[in-house]
Write a protein that binds this ligand. Structure first.
Ligand code: HPA
Length: 280
């Protein structure tokens, strides 16, 4: 378990190294890291230099913070999140969000790689997340479990408007202006690391889920607890396999490759969104 002092210590290490006060946090999912290369006046901080920061172990996730400007907006980009399946406690998964909160970040943009559950989704499409199902939380791994520090947020935060409507509408507007077809839907968070079985894929579809992945929701819950606005965008890196009668398999390589191939389109979308956000 962490205390507010742990978050504050980490935040101070960031603060003393940068001139900008970041106001927008971005978390980049599997294969989506290259967006960080666009940050101007970048200060790069390795996360292993920050006490208690959980260290990523997965290919495609380097652990660093890139702080500077994107579209003239002060941003902190986390390249390399950690996941519950790596063996981290769920509170560790959300540690970076608390540090963002201490730094005064008010808007969080999260991206992830996800499997398409909605039968109309195709690999390579983007989905604006409009709601979630937290299987991890329902199984007892909610990052807010434990004593609640009222200075960080309320005991029982609402999830009714988790994904900010204004930000969602902005993302859809930017996408349509750019001629990009973007899906919208419900993202389900599962623990992983095994991919879903065909029976699980059919179950998720029955439950009204559009995309499935192994991240994002713990971070979003803590961001909301901390008073941030959230925009979530999934890259549908693969169509989840719902039948036993197939020669195909979902692989991490496929997820990374498809993640990389959408980077230019995702970058254009995020840049368009950032351009329209307030300066402070
Ligand atoms: N399932 C779970 N997580 C994922 C998938 C998937 O099919 N693709 C990318 N992340």
């Amino acid at each position: 378990m962490y205390t507010r002092a742990d978050y504050e210590t980490a935040a101070e290490i960031v603060r003393v190294q940068v001139d900008v006060a970041p106001r927008i946090g971005l978390i980049l999912g599997s294969g989506l890291g290259p967006l960080a290369d666009r940050v101007e006046d970048a200060t790069i901080i390795q996360v292993h230099d920050i006490p208690k920061w959980p260290q990523p172990t997965v290919e495609g996730h380097v652990g660093r913070l890139v702080i500077g400007h994107l579209e003239k907006k002060p941003v902190l980009v986390l390249q390399g999140r950690v996941h519950f399946y790596e063996g981290h406690a769920i509170q560790a998964v959300a540690f970076p969000i608390r540090v963002m909160q201490m730094l005064g970040i008010h808007t969080l943009i999260v991206t992830n790689a996800a499997g398409g559950i909605n039968p109309s989704f195709k690999a390579g499409e983007l989905m604006v997340i409009n709601d979630h199902v937290n299987f991890l939380g329902m199984a007892g791994h909610n990052p807010l479990i434990g004593v609640n520090d009222e200075r960080l947020g309320v005991r029982f935060p609402s999830m009714t408007r988790a994904y900010d409507r204004t930000l969602r509408e902005l993302a859809l507007k930017i996408a349509s202006e750019g001629g990009e077809k973007v899906q919208q839907g419900v993202y389900a968070c599962v623990a992983g690391p095994s991919f879903e079985s065909p029976a699980e894929v059919r179950m998720l579809r029955t439950l009204g889920i559009d995309a499935v992945g192994m991240s994002t929701v713990p971070e979003v819950i803590v961001a909301l607890h901390g008073g941030m606005r959230v925009l979530g965008i999934s890259t549908i890196t693969n169509v989840a396999i719902d039948s036993l009668d197939t020669a195909f398999d979902t692989t991490h390589e496929e997820v990374l490759m498809m993640g990389k191939s959408v980077v230019p389109r995702l970058t254009a979308l995020l840049q368009g969104v950032l351009k329209e956000l307030p300066d402070r």
